[in-house]
Design a protein around this ligand. Structure first.
Ligand code: PRX
Length: 664
């Protein structure tokens, strides 16, 4: 039987990992450093001396139709403008530039479908497809400034759609495929989208989800939406509404093949991406063109030490999140990279699929979320060990803090001990990586994102005094504008200022994360300070989930918190009060979970629901989530004297203890 050698192997691995836990710093391996694009730490001091000079040198690596007059216009903070007077086009930088330089035959994406289908898409093919779709969109009446929604899974057409929008200056609004149609509708409504590009159906671990049908159920009455473009991806039957719905393949076939890229102002909106904030209403993060491309191209090149002629790069995120926008689409394509694009989940057809893909395409740079690494740790080292992973030379993580054990496992089992790990901290708002090691320079410490990227300035501020801290825990802030920063919240300018700049003034961006800075100046990001939770790297607001839960007819009131979870980083726990005398049972639990799936998406369903007759509230009626978090984590409760009814917490504590005992 195979169990014995495996057990022996895993014991040895455990021993090795335990030994590595004692290592405080990992220096860049000599071989890596010698070959690295950046190996001289002087880059930090140079960028610090002249940040605008540093960023303009990065911008010069892009193609501009017209060069900028001014690098930064900071006359009206926090409304910063970058590369003013310059004109540029994102799709030109991602495609035409490479084709014109004779690199059209280079593969942009090795696409792999769930059932093993393969498509290699070259830069020249992408350019041809993008031009046709851009013309087809124009024929539908889409022009500069019109918002186009994109609700498409991980198939090559999603990239074509984004770049076709960019080509004609129509800001895209991509919605992650895991969001429900209801959530798509809401995002189309907030952004007043004029068109939506979607698919007939999407692959879901061997099944097909009917996407267009779901979209139709909710989209009917949205007046601003003039056209729905349907990609025939899986052959799933769907109905088409006369005068509104068209098939992607038909409009593309009918379109003219030439569509020159439109020269756009550097500050022309490139996209809106909705993300969760403290309230139930998602925030429309607005990114513009010149500064954003400068930020993503520079960070992609230097953080991943990209050698486009030699590397095969794989960012295993979904294109529907900012990681996909910046590090599947815009950064890698600007840099002429060859990437892998995988349609499916990490455990379908089996738990070894990622490693099979690394071997198949010779992936040299892998970028993924800690939650995926933790899942792999759980599934066991035997899955990756079945494959040849020797092509890997650099590993990255993003989205949440990585616990040292997962870091070391990644280092040892996946990286064979030879690959530097870049733990990259950033946000939808920052557009590009902000705090990160440079792999040929920085000594890493497992669990720390280390130091700000050159030109970026971050501080940890004391929560009570607001003063910068040399060492200790406080609020993370960014104290200097950077080119890829969000420009505003779409159609909510006041909320933009209020959310990020009310606390420390218009020149200091409040991140919303708590962080610790150590004696060496290394930054350790701890987690959110607001009511945002991070489930498997998916950002959600507790208010958003609460409002979905109370939409269930039996629910009177709900309070949601994020609880620490070994697998998903945080898990959603909901405290729920039912209407009148109703009693909670399994069918209500399932009903509530289904309501959340319908309103937001399956990934937002609460892991645990705790029934309660009342919630701990202040005398003015505000729910005290801090106490709920303490109760759920089994911590001592601090001061409860401000509560309207202190008995509520005692009952809840009992209830949670009972549940925990029952769950074993
Ligand atoms: O809390 C931080 C966490 O993810 C938040 C941003 O989420 P989102 O806008 O969805 O973007 C995720 C991908 C860029 C941050 O406020 N976060 C992101 N990266 C890290 C992280 N926390 C710790 N370490 C990281 N490397």
């Amino acid at each position: 039987m195979a169990t014995e050698p495996q057990t022996a192997g895993s014991e040895q691995l455990e021993r090795e990992l335990a030994e590595l836990l004692a290592v405080e710093r990992f220096e860049p391996p000599r071989e890596f450093r010698e070959q690295a694009l950046l190996k001289d730490p002087a880059i930090y001091a140079e960028a610090e001396r002249d940040p605008l000079g540093f960023w303009s040198a990065q911008a010069e690596q892009l193609h501009w139709f017209r060069r900028w007059d001014r690098v930064l216009d900071d006359s009206d903070p926090p409304f910063y403008k970058w590369f003013t007077g310059g004109t540029i086009n994102a799709s030109y930088n991602c495609l035409d530039r490479h084709v014109e330089a004779g690199r059209g035959d280079r593969v942009a994406f090795h696409w792999r479908g769930e059932e093993g289908e393969e498509r290699d898409i070259t830069y020249a093919q992408l350019l041809a497809d993008v031009q046709r779709l851009a013309n087809a969109l124009k024929a539908l009446g889409i022009g500069k400034g019109d918002v186009v929604g994109i609700y498409v899974p991980m198939i090559p057409e999603v990239v074509v759609s984004m770049l076709a929008c960019a080509r004609i200056g129509a800001p895209h609004n991509v919605v992650f495929g895991g969001f429900s149609a209801e959530a798509v509708r809401e995002r189309m409504e907030f952004s007043q989208a004029k068109a939506l590009i979607t698919v007939d159906g999407a692959a879901r671990k061997g099944k097909t989800a009917p996407v267009k049908e779901r979209v139709d159920e909710v989209m009917g009455d949205l007046e601003t939406l003039e056209a729905i473009v349907v990609i025939r991806s899986k052959g799933t039957p769907c109905s088409m509404r006369e005068g509104r719905d068209v098939y992607y393949d038909e409009i593309v076939a009918a379109a003219d093949p030439d569509c020159p890229a439109e020269p756009l102002d550097a500050e022309h909106p490139l996209y809106i991406l909705y993300t969760s904030g403290s309230t139930a209403k998602p925030k429309g993060i607005l990114h513009t063109t010149g500064g954003y491309l400068t930020g993503v191209a520079a960070t992609h090149r230097y953080v991943f030490d990209l050698k486009p002629d030699a590397d095969t790069y794989w960012c295993a995120a979904d294109v529907g999140w900012v990681t996909g926008h910046s590090y599947i689409v815009y950064g890698p394509l600007c840099n002429g990279a060859t990437s892998v694009m995988w349609e499916g989940a990490p455990d379908y057809p089996d738990r070894g699929i990622w490693w099979a893909l690394v071997e198949r395409y010779g992936v040299s740079i892998l970028y993924c979320a800690p939650t995926a690494i933790r899942a792999c740790v759980k599934w066991g080292a035997e899955w990756p060990r079945r494959h040849d992973l020797s092509s890997l030379r650099l590993l990255g993580t993003v989205g949440e803090p990585i616990n040292p054990k997962a870091w070391l496992w990644y280092h040892k089992v996946i990286g064979g001990g030879r690959c530097p790990i870049v733990d990259t901290w950033w946000q939808t708002e920052t557009g590009a990586i902000m705090i990160t090691p440079l792999p040929g320079i920085t000594a890493t410490k497992p669990g720390s994102a280390t130091q700000p990227f050159p030109g970026v300035r971050a501080e940890v501020r004391d929560e009570s005094t607001g003063q910068p801290m040399q060492e200790g825990q406080g609020l993370l802030v960014l104290t200097r504008p950077w080119p890829s920063m969000l420009r505003t919240l779409y159609r909510e300018e006041e909320r933009f200022v209020e959310t990020y700049f009310a606390r420390f003034g218009p020149e200091t961006y409040l991140v919303g994360d708590a962080a610790r800075v150590d004696k060496d100046g290394y930054v350790w990001v701890i987690g959110r300070i607001d009511d945002v939770v991070n489930v498997s790297g998916h950002r959600l607001s507790t208010a958003e989930v609460e409002s979905a839960i109370v939409a269930h007819a039996d629910v009177a009131e709900a309070a949601v918190i994020g609880q620490h979870d070994e697998d998903t980083g945080q898990a959603i726990v909901a405290f729920v009060t039912l209407q009148g005398e109703l009693e909670g049972d399994d069918s209500v639990v399932e009903g509530i979970r289904a309501t959340v799936a319908e309103r937001i998406g399956k990934f937002a369903r609460p892991k645990r629901i705790i029934w309660t007759d009342d919630l701990p509230k202040t005398r003015s009626g505000k729910i005290m989530r801090r106490l709920l978090r303490d109760i759920a984590e089994g911590r001592e409760l601090g001061d409860v004297t401000t509560l309207r009814d202190p008995a509520v917490t005692a009952k809840l504590k009992e209830r949670v203890a009972e549940l925990q005992a029952a769950e074993g």
